[in-house]
Design a protein around this ligand. Sequence first.
Ligand SMILES: Cc1cc2nc3c(=O)[nH]c(=O)nc-3n(C[C@H](O)[C@H](O)[C@H](O)COP(=O)(O)OP(=O)(O)OC[C@H]3O[C@@H](n4cnc5c(N)ncnc54)[C@H](O)[C@@H]3O)c2cc1C
Ligand code: SF4
Ligand code: SF4
Length: 360
Amino acid sequence: MGRGPSELQAQVLAADLCTACGACLGHCPYLKTLGERVAFIHPCPRDEGRCFEVCPRASLDPESLDRQVLGAPRRHPVLGGHDGLYFARALDADVRARGQYGGVATALTLFALESGLAGAALVTGGTPTRQPHAVVARDRDAVLAAAGTKYSACPTLEPLAGLLREGGEALAVVGRPCQVAAARKVEAHEKNGRLAALIGIFCFWALAPAFYRFLAGRPDLQRAIKMDLPKDGDMAFVVNGRAASVPLDEIRPLIRAACQTCFDPTAEWADVSVGSTEYDPAWNTLVVRTARGRDLVERAGAAGALEVRPYPPERIPILEEAVQRKKLRVLDALESGRPEAAYLRIPAAQRDAVRAHGRA
Ligand SMILES: Cc1cc2nc3c(=O)[nH]c(=O)nc-3n(C[C@H](O)[C@H](O)[C@H](O)COP(=O)(O)OP(=O)(O)OC[C@H]3O[C@@H](n4cnc5c(N)ncnc54)[C@H](O)[C@@H]3O)c2cc1C
Ligand code: SF4
Ligand code: SF4
């Protein structure tokens, strides 16, 4: 017998392990979100349910996702399967101005729409301090308006299952790593529609709804149009053209509980993953993972939407160490029997490979 709403409630929602990816919301009329908190508003009568199957915190099996997405076991224990690692930036001046860093996620989304690869793009609109929301973008203005990082966990995937079920247009989706894993689970079930491009953004943690309560006491930050997390710095805000900052010690208690046991900071099952370079804010780190991702990047490059350079070799260990550190913390939690990490199905060989990586 399968599992469903009771298990989702007990193992994920009541245990405060929901990442607010939004995937389950498209499968059940009784599940709703209020202020980035997902909850049943009415008991669901079913014993089994898609809500549990698509939830990245009900279970996450990296080997099975590798087979589904890459068709092969992973070749890199820390960064996940990939066949290219680059610095990249958008070439369009508007995209660069609106983008968080080099604007690569926005440039690729726009290219997917404007080239006809996708008919619509699921992105996260709003501002970083005013409850971001899912946007189904069908034109340049809507994609540009959704550029920039919102550091809270917006449940962007809420419309995904419905859009795929309707079929018709191919979709581009931009999401955090937990959303990428959930989108792959949804994709495996909704055969009518097609994900033309799954663009993952790096994410080491996101802010909980407590962030909005914190903002209620900080009217000076409420109209921020940009937030950033500079390397080794405090949380930076841009409000009315002025810079403001909040010490990280005040921000850390606002991190979502589920993020503490997240094993995938780089969106390992995306077609491409995009992060900061932790080096030059005008550029992004770009990881090409699938043949579809390679095609998207090459076509966007040929069309003049994107500039791509080799990743500086001396910076690869810096990226790998940051990701490995997070994975090792989560493996420790898993192996010490912490229930928050029990959703992970990681074979011993893969754990050993994470531990051994980088050792001579
Ligand atoms: C919560 C969070 C934490 C992050 N932490 C890190 C980190 O520690 N290290 C790192 O290298 N990168 C991190 N990132 C990614 C980084 O901030 C940039 O989003 C990424 O590098 C893409 O940059 P860009 O210039 O291409 O962005 P843009 O071109 O501006 O595109 C950003 C895209 O992300 C979407 N988006 C914005 N906010 C969210 C959200 N909350 N959920 C889902 N989608 C969203 C937007 O709709 C847009 O499509 C984080 C992102 C998020 C959402
Ligand atoms: S599917 Fe996503 S939004 Fe739903 S309970 Fe699981 S983590 Fe939360
Ligand atoms: S840290 Fe992991 S669980 Fe938390 S929002 Fe980012 S990808 Fe999702």
